[in-house]
Design a binder for this molecule. Sequence first.
Ligand SMILES: [Zn+2]
Length: 207
Amino acid sequence: MVQVEIIRVGALSTNCYVVYSDGSAGCVLIDPGGEAELISEFMERQELTPERIISTHAHADHTGAVAPLVTRYQCKFGLGAADAVAAGNQSEWLIDMLGDFEEPPPPSAKYFGGETLQCDGFEINVLATPGHTPGSISLLIDDLVFTGDSLFRESIGRFDLPGGSQEQELSSIHTMLLTLADETVVFPGHGPSTTIGHERFANPYLQ
Ligand SMILES: [Zn+2]
């Protein structure tokens, strides 16, 4: 059974997710946007070691603690291919607001969507969901989907930031996310969790 721990980090309260399988020592970290110490404390308490870190997109509030965690655990770092350059070129105002941002290393894996990643006790299917950024990805693990800033509970991500596209974002949500089963649990980059079924009828941006 896959377990999900939500650690809210940084000035924008980014949801950093620690995903691991019962009884396994390896875990995957999704969107460590800041507060590396807080994230490490949880993993040490649970005796977990990250095998890889994945950021759903390049924005600084989703990548700010990648560098110290990669250094500490010597793990892989994956990101959507089209966001790889932007990760090292984030806006100063956002970096200043976050406070503890460290520029991430170049990704060791660049995803295009369609990849299956083998982890300790589970696998991850990478879904290309561009729109919020050109390289935004969502991560499907069994009946859980981690949507970054593409899909929120009853809202969707901004598409007015550099590289964003409203048309692309809506298309990604409709073709890659709303096609999942109703009971699929959605873990967004900010705010509360939801389900695909709830968003299908209650999300005002998707009607
Ligand atoms: Zn974002």
